[in-house]
Design a protein around this ligand. Structure first.
Ligand code: SAH
Ligand code: SF4
Ligand code: F3S
Length: 475
């Protein structure tokens, strides 16, 4: 599922249980594995590749976490509460391992990268600590574990193209990494230190992966990068007009004709690098959906400057205006942080004003959380917890109200829905998304008694609108 773009403490959109576990499947071989994934879509994509590697090694998926022979936590450290959650999960498994020494315990992802060896001191039961750049090396690392070593893999690493087939959670919507890492230095953010330098994949490799997914029945692809507008800036080549040869815009053109893929999305966009050329391409290319996830983080120029975001509120406004000129129905989502060090009431108010003015379809909200090795964490003007809680609370109410207003435009409309599966809360219903990414539920049976299948594109008449989802009937 492509539910939330990033973990948010803010208004929960639709059913998106935070840690997502792989579903059990019968099989034979080496033993059973369990993966729990925290954090963003980058981590989800890495988990799918690691699940593919484990299955290629002969592991099968466990039916329950507490029965698995190998437990892997793919972790997130974007905010302190994300990191603490991992420690409570680990405590449980460490206890299990003391009773069952054959259990293999792996911590992957961003907490692993941040903490490295100190994780072993904190949880001596661990067998393997591996940063995100090592995800594709899981098999080699586990072989070292099998030889009796306790392994830490957190060195800077050139990410190799993966040759194993990822084990995907969805059979309709897939994620494809196009650029790993981040070269920005937003003063609050831990991502550059845990994900390393930008590494773009070659357009040919990206297209090949999309073709493979299309052959397996996938219909929608989300291209992924922490700062996807940076795609290609580490690849060589200049055009005769003096432009970079590889940009996100060129990539969209390059992959657009993959047969079988009906919808293409991309995330996350950075307002500093977002171009008009990209907006024009989105408007011109029919498979590229009219949904833009462009975090603005704050509605105040001085706060943006302290965050080192590299744009002004006015630039952000102009981007949204331009998108709406070219694609009037486009949906816009974003991320925002409140209670950044030194944020005054007036500055916070400007964030609310911007949300009021733009009218976002969805916003992931968070209160600032100081992170290790980031400049803002050491600033003296940290705000008290009470201010954080108050601002977040008020902000969330506004975000929901605006989302509800935005949802209203769908009432009585006919929308094209790509069906993803059954509504987990009502087996008689199926669910899918509009092109603009609104989750939509409707009865799964046609008048002739046949059942609508995942992967079908259908037209649905919308008759109920809620803040973050819609319901309707087959048109
Ligand atoms: N690359 C994306 C963001 C990735 S992190 C971008 O540049 O927009 C996802 C979101 O987590 C961020 O957009 C931000 O809103 C939030 N976030 C990151 N660091 C945070 C921190 N220290 N405290 C609170 N929220 C944070
Ligand atoms: Fe973090 Fe900024 Fe990079 Fe986004 S662009 S991942 S917020 S450093
Ligand atoms: Fe979290 Fe790492 Fe993603 S810190 S948000 S899992 S890049």
């Amino acid at each position: 599922m492509t539910a939330t773009l990033f973990p948010a403490s803010g208004p929960a959109p639709v059913p998106a249980p935070a840690p997502q576990a792989h579903r059990p499947q019968p099989g034979q071989g080496r033993g059973s594995y369990w993966i729990t994934t925290f954090g963003c879509q980058m981590n989800k994509a890495d988990s799918e590749r690691m699940a593919g590697i484990l299955e290629a090694m002969g592991y099968r998926e466990a039916t329950a976490e507490l029965e698995a022979d190998l437990v892997l936590y793919n972790t997130c450290t974007i905010r302190d509460n994300a990191e603490q959650k991992v420690y409570s999960y680990l405590g449980r498994q460490a206890q299990r391992k003391r009773a069952n020494p054959h259990l293999t315990l792996v911590v992957a992802g961003c907490v692993a990268q941040q903490e490295g060896e100190s994780l072993l001191r904190r949880v001596p039961e661990l067998d393997l600590v591996m940063g995100p750049q090592h995800a594709n090396r899981l098999a080699v690392l586990l072989e070292q574990v099998e030889q009796g070593q306790q392994v830490v893999a957190t060195g800077e690493h050139h990410i190799l193209e993966d040759i194993t087939t990822a084990r995907r959670d969805s059979q309709v919507c897939g994620w494809v990494n196009v650029i790993y890492g981040c070269n920005e230095r937003c003063t609050y953010c831990v991502v550059p230190s845990v994900r390393g330098q930008e590494q773009s994949r070659l357009p040919e490799a990206i297209k090949l992966e999309m073709e493979g997914l299309a052959e397996r029945g996938f219909r929608e692809i989300t291209l992924l990068g922490q700062n996807i507008d940076a795609y290609g800036r580490d690849l060589p080549g200049i055009t005769p007009e003096g432009r970079r040869r590889h940009t996100l815009t060129d990539l969209l053109h390059h992959v657009h004709d993959v047969a079988g893929i009906e919808r293409i999305r991309f995330a996350t966009s950075h307002p500093r690098y977002f171009t008009e050329r990209l907006i024009d391409a989105c408007a011109a290319l029919p498979k590229v959906c009219e949904h833009f996830h462009i975090p603005f983080q704050s509605g105040d120029d001085a706060v943006l400057k302290a965050m080192a975001r590299g744009y002004t509120v006015d630039r952000y406004r102009r981007i949204i205006e331009r998108i709406r000129e070219r694609m009037p129905d486009a949906s816009i989502s974003a991320d925002v942080i409140v209670a950044f060090p030194g944020e005054t009431d007036a500055q916070y108010q400007r964030t609310l004003d911007l949300i009021e003015e733009i009218g976002f379809d969805q916003v992931n909200t968070a209160a600032y959380s100081p992170r290790p090795n980031t400049p803002a964490a050491g600033w003296p003007d940290q705000l008290p917890e009470t201010v954080k809680v108050e601002r977040l609370h008020e902000l969330n109410a506004l975000v929901e109200a605006k989302a509800r207003e935005r949802s209203a435009r769908y009432a009585d409309r006919r929308e094209q829905i790509l069906v993803e599966g059954t509504n987990p809360k009502d087996p008689a219903q199926v669910m899918g998304r509009t092109r603009t990414n609104r989750l939509t539920f409707f009865p799964g049976q046609r008048p002739d008694g046949t059942t609508i299948q995942p992967g079908e594109l259908v037209t649905v008449r919308i008759d109920q609108v809620r803040a973050f989802s819609l319901s309707g009937t087959l048109a």
